[in-house]
Design a protein around this ligand. Structure first.
Ligand SMILES: C[S@@+](CC[C@H](N)C(=O)[O-])C[C@H]1O[C@@H](n2cnc3c(N)ncnc32)[C@H](O)[C@@H]1O
Length: 300
């Protein structure tokens, strides 16, 4: 059983809520169109379950098209924030695992997972999806990895530096390199492995670009801090220092803040060492992979 738990602390979950992208209407429409094709009916549908819901990034996008929504996550802190930002009376947040979902057999119209399925025990999750989906229910697994970042200086879009800045971002986000990379490899493969693991021919995969324009270097650093790999490196270093010194302070951890290393290198490249982080802007693009499937019949 996969038990990597990086989204637990107050620190990462509040950064997550502030800095992670929400999804766009193009993604919503692709999922709704698929549901319509499979069910033969337009919305509203009865029940959606969003597993690994975080603080509700995808829940909020899809909630208006269902009469009832259950959003769950293994992390208590993600659920605490999800509950506090919930604007819908028909959406309920609770702590729970994607591999064991607290709903009746054949009761769910849409089982959704957004940027989370690469952490699940996939075969258990798929088994559970088969138990809970209605015969005409749909499984939608969406996800993005590290964004592409294009710097903008003095109103010029420097697309020739996209590769450089994106590689720099990847380098610092994965600086630790001491962690189990299975989850990231799934994301890097744009969910093609998840797609091929779904044991049915009735499935589809596509991609949508999630474009955020004119985001500052401060934002980009926040986006980095909200990532499991950055958090895992921070925890790894904190434990190492604790073992040596008996305790660890924020001051001790400063040299290992990968966001600062990224900021310094990117500023040097752009010759903007003296600029404030808020003044340096980027276009940030997350490529979102969308995998959708009919209910899996286990004897298929
Ligand atoms: C990258 S976040 C995605 C959050 C949100 N769905 C989004 O799209 O931004 C991954 C989430 O999956 C949750 N998670 C990881 N393993 C899980 C599991 N086995 N069952 C339920 N949630 C899980 C984590 O706690 C985390 O909140």
């Amino acid at each position: 059983m996969n038990l990597r738990r990086y989204y637990e602390s107050d620190f990462i979950t509040s950064e997550y809520y502030k800095f992670r992208p929400t999804y766009n209407n193009e993604i919503r429409d692709i999922i709704l169109e698929y549901l319509k094709q499979v069910t033969g009916k337009p919305p509203p549908y009865q029940l959606m379950v969003d597993v690994g819901c975080g603080s509700g990034q995808a829940t909020n996008l899809m909630a208006p098209y269902f009469k009832k929504v259950l959003a769950s996550d293994i992390s208590e802190n993600q659920i605490r924030i999800g509950k506090s930002q919930n604007k819908f009376d028909h959406v309920t947040y609770s702590v729970g695992r994607a591999e064991e979902i607290d709903v009746e057999d054949q009761s769910v119209d849409l089982l959704l997972s957004a940027t989370a399925a690469h952490w699940f025990d996939l075969s258990q999750f798929l088994k559970e999806s088969s138990r809970i989906l209605k015969p005409d229910g749909v499984l939608a697994v969406i996800g993005y990895c590290i964004p592409k970042v294009t710097p903008i200086t003095s109103k010029n879009i420097m697309s020739d530096l996209t590769d450089f800045c994106t590689k720099l971002l990847q380098k610092w986000m994965f600086f630790g390199e001491k962690f189990d990379r299975d989850g990231y490899d799934q994301s890097f493969s744009k969910y093609s492995k998840i797609f091929s693991s779904i044991p049915t021919q009735k499935k589809q995969r596509c991609e949508v670009a999630l474009v955020y324009e004119q985001k500052s270097l401060s934002y980009l650093k926040g986006r980095m801090r909200s990532s499991d790999c950055v958090q895992a490196y921070r925890e790894f270093k904190a434990n190492e220092i604790k073992e040596q010194n008996g305790n660890v302070t924020e001051e001790d951890l400063k040299p290992f803040d990968v966001t600062e290393h990224f900021g310094t290198e990117v500023k040097q490249k752009l010759c903007l060492e003296k600029s404030h982080d808020d003044e340096i802007k980027f276009n940030v693009v997350h490529d979102v992979s969308i995998v959708m499937a009919h209910k899996i019949m286990l004897d298929e």
